[in-house]
Design a binder for this molecule. Sequence first.
Ligand code: AR6
Length: 169
Amino acid sequence: MIQVIQGDITKLAVDAIVNAANSSLLGGGGVDGAIHRAAGPELVFECRMLHGCQTGDAKLTHGYNLPARYVIHAVGPVWRGGHNHESELLASCYRRALEIATERGLTSIAFPNISTGIYGFPKEKACPIAVETVQKFLEEQQTSVSDIRFVCFDEENYRLYREKVAESH
Ligand code: AR6
């Protein structure tokens, strides 16, 4: 049900990939830039109609030229030392993405390591929040989602996620 893989999230043919967006939803660097480039210019047209998104929340668009049918744009927190609700807001991103996928009846979803790039969230703190939030959701909620992939781009996240997911099996 939960898999850890290393690679480029824009290549995955899943029902939805999650984007690590900013609150404007109008694109940026990192995985957000890669998703917009691969999806093509129609993605930003649809994003403009959403009028942004609050930190900790998420919004869905089509995937356009991506192999994924949908993109769920989640806005992670900027790390500001750890006393500004960063952990709760990060957990909320994963939960909201799963709620939206459930509302749409989606089966497969792939997550990047939200906030651990440009937003500076320490990777060793973000990983258990992501994994435990997803596990808790699966335990507590009725959901159509049965295939969840954590897509790690860098080696450190890949190692952290493999260890964390293995320990809970
Ligand atoms: N596939 C999977 N993961 C990736 C890819 C990819 N193609 N490219 C990067 N990553 P970041 P954030 C990983 O910086 O920290 C943007 O400008 C990367 O190694 O993309 O949430 C937005 O517009 C890292 O582990 O997102 C926002 O302004 C993870 O994705 C801001 O950055 C997240 O890194 C969001 O910052």
